[in-house]
Design a protein around this ligand. Sequence first.
Ligand SMILES: [Cu+2]
Length: 147
Amino acid sequence: MKTQIKKSSEKISSIFFSSDNSVTKKTSFPAGSIRILGFLVSILLLFAVSVKAQDTASVLKVKTSAVCKMCKKTIETALASEKGIKKSELDVKSKIVTVNYNSKETTPEKIRKAIAEAGYDADDVSADPKAYKKLEKCCQKGKEVHK
Ligand SMILES: [Cu+2]
């Protein structure tokens, strides 16, 4: 950024102090201001875009039926391949998975559905029975967290 400003100010000063003073001074002044204006507008646009991008970064906490570290791995792996999910981390003790996602690319409903399709309950969405049966026996052992 700084070098860009330096460059454009150099250009402007080279216009101002060029040999053909009387003519260029008057004709190039507006061109210089337009350049500065364009530069400021693009900074504002960049700022607006970055603010908008931040707005789409969302966090969702989902209560699951995970009972062990293997469940944690299964759920986190399943969510990793979902569109719009940046990161997910399951706390086995509380059975809560914290999901960082882009609200423009996915929704809480889709995230809960993905967890259910991996074989686990997700809030009020029940685990897909077929996926549940495919889980390791250890993960079907019951509702209590175990090793
Ligand atoms: Cu498990």
